[in-house]
Design a protein around this ligand. Structure first.
Ligand code: ZN
Ligand code: ZN
Ligand code: FE
Length: 762
C-alpha cells in the first residue's frame, strides 16, 4: 500500500452558505477518499486519505468544479501521513477567534428553485420563501459569524421534520441551507390596508388581492429581500403620477420590474451583453434604451431615452408578477422610502413611514437585518459599468493583490458608501445614500457597526474626505478621537483616481487621471471637479483643471443651475441679455443679488466643477432650469444631444493650467443666436469635452511620458461623453482605464480613500 497519501486542505474565500461542504462530500465519495470537511470562521478545512492519484484529482476538482456561488480565493494543500479514516464525514463547524471570511451577497432565485415554485407536485409549490444553497438571502439576514441558522433572521423558525431532513442530508440541494423553509415551518405573507388596524388576508389570497389592487392602479408597499418596495402599474400614467405626488419625487426616474425577458424585449432594446447582465444572479437594475412603441408611461422616466429594468429575484416577485391576462406587463418597483431617506426594512417602520405612500401593504415575518437597495448598472463599451453597487454585489469584496492593514474609509456625502479593508480584501458597503438627514446617518453608523461585527473588522486607520462638513468626515473625526486612531484626510478627486487604480489592481505608478465630477473640496479651499491629476496612491499633483468660475449661492446654484450659467456669462464677458433662456429663467429681482455675489465673491466660491458646467450649458440652451434630483440637468442635456458624428467641436484650448471654458460659453451663445437647435449644441458640447480630454492627455504625455489615462468621477456616467472619449484616447495610443467594479461616482470613492490611507501610513 505504498500508493496511499494523506492531505490537509485549507480553502478561503466565499465558501460558506454556498453548498460547499456537500460539494466536497460528493467529490470525496467520487474519488473514494476518506476523511472529513468542516467550516471554520476562516474558511473550509478538509482532511483526506486515499490513493495518490485520487488525492490529486480531488484537489484539482475543488477549484475546477466549485459550486456556482462559491468564490475560492486561496487553496492550501499540505501532505500528511495517511490516517485510518473509515468514511468521509461532515464534522461540526469550528470557530476561530478573530478569524473571518467574506459573506456571500444575496442572490436571485436559482433555476431549480424556480421550477419547484411552479411545480404543483412540489411541497414548496407557490411558497414565497423557497431557496437553497445556490440562491436566496445571505448578507441581509446575518447577525454574526459563523454563518449558521442561529446567527440569521431565520433563528425564530424551527425546522419541520421534512425541512430538517433536507437540511441534514449531504446529498440534498438544501443541505445546510441556513434560510431553508417551507409552508409548514417558514415565514409567511399577509396583506394589510394602509391604516393597518387589521390583517385583510394571508397566503396565496393575500398575493391575489395584492395583484388585483395593482391591476386596478393602486400602490402596493411590499417587503422584499433587502428592504421595502413601492409597486404600481408602470403603464398607468395616472397611477404613476399619484406615486410621484405622494413620494414628492417629480422627475427622478423610477425602476421597473418586468416578469421575463420577453416582456423586456417588448419595451426595450436588449443587446447580448445587456441580457447577460439583466439575467445574472445578482439581478441588478440595468439601464436599457426604451422602444419608441412601448406603452410604459412617459412619466416613469421623464425626458430620458432609457428605462431602469430588473427581473424578479425573489420567489415572492415571481408570484406577484406572474403573467395572466389583465395583469400589468411592467411594474414600477421603487425603493420603499420617503424622499432621500433610507429604504425601510422593518414592518413597524414601514407602517409608520410608508403609510401615506401606499394603499396596501404586502408584509412577511422574516426579519431583514441589513439594508440592501437594488443595484443599478448598465453596459458601457461592451461590459458592465456600475452606477449603484448594493444588493447582489455588496459585501462581496474587491480582491486586491496587496495586503492592507485594517482601514475604515468613510466615503463622501452623497451616494455614500464606506469601505473596510482586511488582508487582501476591500469590503465596499452597499449604497447608503445621501448623508443629509438623521435617518441616513443612522443607517451609515448602524451599517458600519454591523459589518465590523459580522466580518470581525477592527479598523486601525481611518480615512475621510477633506471636506470638514461631510457627516462621514465628522464621523471619522469623532471616531479617531474616541478610538485613538490615526485619520488620513484625502482629497476627493485623488480618491476617485485611486479607486480606479485599486479596482484594476494596479501598482503605485502614476497615471493621468481625468476626474470629472460634481464637486469636491480642494486643498486650496476652492471647489474642484474638472481635474486632470497626475496621481498614484501615494500622491498627486494638479496638472490641469477646468477654468474656474464663481458658483453664486452654493447649494442654491446646484438646484437652480441658471445661477451658475449667468456666472459663466459674466466670466466670459457676455451681458445678461433677455434673449438668452438662462436669463429668462432668472427672476428679475434676483439679478442684482447675483451680480453682487459674483462681483464681491460673497457666498460664491470658485469652482472648476465639470458637473456644474454641464448644468450651466443645459440651462443656457433652455433644457433644464431647475433640478429636483442630483445630475438632472446634465442627464437631460445628454438625452437631447443629437448624434455627434457630423458635429464640430467648439474651440478646444488649454492655457497655462486651465482647460478653457470661456471660448466654449462664447461659442454656445453665438450658436443660440444663430438659432442652432439645442440638440446640435448639446452634441457639439459633448464632442468638445471629448476633444478637450484628448488634448489634456496629449499635453501631459508630452510633459511626463505617461501613457495611461483614467476616467473617473460622476460625469463619466455620461455614456455619450464616454463613448466619444475612449476611442479618441485609444486611437492616440493611450491605455484607457474606466470603472468596471465600483461606480465612477462617489459610490466608489471610499475604496480610493482606503488605498491612499494604506500608502500614506506605510
Ligand atoms: Zn435555489
Ligand atoms: Zn418546513
Ligand atoms: Fe465625486
Amino acid at each position: 500500500m505504498t500508493t496511499m497519501q494523506g492531505a490537509r486542505i485549507h480553502i478561503t474565500g466565499v465558501v460558506q452558505g454556498v453548498g460547499f461542504r456537500p460539494f466536497v462530500y460528493a467529490l470525496a465519495h467520487r474519488h473514494a477518499l476518506n476523511g472529513w470537511v468542516r467550516n471554520t470562521a476562516a474558511g473550509v478545512d478538509i482532511e483526506i486519505t486515499g490513493s495518490i492519484a485520487e488525492v490529486a484529482a480531488f484537489t484539482h476538482a475543488i477549484t475546477a468544479e466549485a459550486p456556482p456561488l462559491a468564490h475560492i480565493d486561496s487553496i492550501e494543500v499540505t501532505d500528511t501521513i495517511p490516517q485510518p479514516f473509515d468514511s468521509f464525514t461532515i464534522v461540526p463547524s469550528a470557530d476561530i477567534p478573530n478569524a473571518f471570511q467574506p459573506i456571500s451577497a444575496d442572490m436571485g432565485l436559482c433555476p431549480d428553485c424556480l421550477r419547484e415554485l411552479f411545480d404543483p407536485a412540489d411541497r414548496r409549490f407557490r411558497y414565497p420563501f423557497i431557496n437553497c444553497t445556490h440562491c436566496g438571502p445571505r448578507y441581509t439576514i446575518i447577525t454574526a459569524l459563523p454563518y449558521d441558522r442561529p446567527n440569521t433572521s431565520m433563528a425564530g423558525f424551527d425546522l419541520c421534520p421534512a425541512c430538517a431532513a433536507d437540511y441534514h442530508n449531504p446529498l440534498d440541494r438544501r443541505f445546510h441551507a441556513q434560510p431553508v423553509a417551507c409552508p409548514d415551518c417558514g415565514p409567511r405573507i399577509w396583506l394589510e390596508p394602509a391604516d393597518h388596524d387589521t390583517i385583510l388576508t394571508t397566503h396565496d389570497d393575500a398575493l391575489q388581492q395584492a395583484r388585483a389592487a395593482l391591476a386596478a392602479g393602486q400602490i402596493l408597499a411590499l417587503k422584499g429581500l433587502g428592504g421595502f418596495h413601492l409597486a404600481v402599474d408602470a403603464a398607468n400614467p395616472a397611477a404613476v403620477a399619484e406615486l410621484r405626488r405622494r413620494k414628492a419625487r417629480p422627475h427622478k426616474p423610477f425602476a421597473l420590474m418586468l416578469p421575463d425577458l420577453a416582456a423586456v424585449r417588448r419595451h426595450c432594446h436588449l443587446s447580448p451583453a445587456e441580457e447577460t447582465l439583466l439575467t445574472a444572479q445578482e439581478r441588478p437594475i440595468v439601464l436599457l434604451h426604451r422602444r419608441a412603441d412601448s406603452p410604459i408611461a412617459a412619466n416613469v422616466a421623464p425626458g430620458q431615452p432609457t428605462l431602469g429594468v430588473m427581473l424578479p429575484y425573489t420567489p415572492l416577485h415571481y408570484l406577484l408578477l406572474e403573467r395572466t391576462p389583465g395583469f400589468p406587463d411592467a411594474l414600477i418597483m421603487t425603493s420603499g422610502n420617503a424622499s432621500e431617506e433610507p429604504i425601510c426594512i422593518d414592518n413597524a417602520d414601514a407602517r409608520a413611514r410608508l403609510g401615506h405612500l401606499a394603499d396596501l401593504f404586502l408584509l412577511h415575518n422574516r426579519p431583514i437585518f441589513t439594508r440592501a437597495d437594488d443595484s443599478l448598472t448598465r453596459v458601457a463599451l461592451g461590459a458592465p459599468y456600475p452606477i449603484r453597487r448594493a444588493r447582489g454585489y455588496a459585501p462581496a469584496p474587491i480582491r486586491l493583490t496587496a495586503t492592507l492593514p485594517p482601514i475604515l474609509a468613510t466615503g463622501a456625502e452623497l451616494k455614500n458608501t464606506y469601505c473596510h479593508t482586511r488582508d487582501h480584501y476591500a469590503f465596499l458597503s452597499p449604497h447608503i445614500g445621501d448623508l443629509e438627514n438623521f435617518a441616513t446617518l443612522q443607517s451609515f453608523e448602524d451599517g458600519i457597526a454591523h459589518i465590523e461585527k459580522t466580518l470581525r473588522l477592527t479598523p486601525e486607520i481611518l480615512a475621510a474626505d477633506l471636506h470638514p462638513n461631510y457627516l462621514a468626515t465628522r464621523y471619522a473625526l469623532a471616531r479617531a478621537e474616541s478610538d485613538s486612531l490615526p485619520l488620513v484626510r484625502v482629497q476627493h478627486h485623488h480618491a476617485h483616481i485611486a479607486a480606479l487604480l485599486a479596482e484594476h489592481n494596479l501598482p503605485d505608478d502614476p497615471i493621468i487621471g481625468l476626474a470629472f465630477d460634481g464637486t469636491g473640496l480642494g486643498p486650496d479651499g476652492t471647489i474642484w471637479g474638472g481635474e486632470v491629476l497626475i496621481a498614484n496612491y501615494t500622491g498627486y499633483s494638479r496638472a490641469l483643471a477646468l477654468e474656474p468660475c464663481p458658483l453664486p449661492g452654493g447649494d442654491a446654484a446646484v438646484r437652480q443651475p441658471w445661477r451658475y450659467a449667468l456666472s459663466w456669462l459674466h466670466t466670459a464677458n457676455l451681458p445678461w441679455d433677455a434673449d438668452l433662456p438662462a436669463v429668462q429663467a432668472a427672476p428679475p429681482e434676483t439679478l442684482p443679488v447675483l451680480q453682487h455675489q459674483i462681483n464681491r465673491g460673497v457666498n460664491a466660491p470658485l469652482t472648476s466643477s465639470m458637473g456644474r458646467l454641464f448644468d450651466a450649458v443645459a440651462t443656457l440652451i433652455g433644457v433644464c432650469h431647475t433640478v429636483t434630483y442630483e445630475g438632472q440637468a446634465a442627464i437631460e442635456l445628454e438625452a437631447i444631444a443629437a448624434p455627434a458624428k457630423h458635429a464640430n467641436p467648439y474651440p478646444v484650448e488649454i492655457a497655462g493650467p486651465h482647460l478653457l471654458v470661456t471660448p466654449i460659453i462664447t461659442a454656445v451663445v453665438a450658436d443660440l443666436r444663430q438659432r442652432v437647435p439645442a440638440a446640435t449644441i448639446a452634441a457639439r458640447f459633448h464632442l468638445t469635452l471629448a476633444e478637450l480630454s484628448l488634448q489634456a492627455a496629449r499635453t501631459l504625455r508630452r510633459d511626463t511620458g505617461l501613457t495611461t489615462v483614467g476616467l473617473t468621477g460622476g460625469v463619466w456616467q455620461n455614456l455619450t461623453l464616454l463613448n466619444l472619449t475612449v476611442p479618441r484616447l485609444q486611437a492616440a495610443g493611450f491605455t484607457v482605464l474606466i470603472h468596471r467594479q465600483v461606480p465612477a461616482n462617489d459610490g466608489g470613492l471610499a475604496l480610493g480613500q482606503a488605498l491612499i490611507a494604506a500608502h500614506h501610513t506605510r
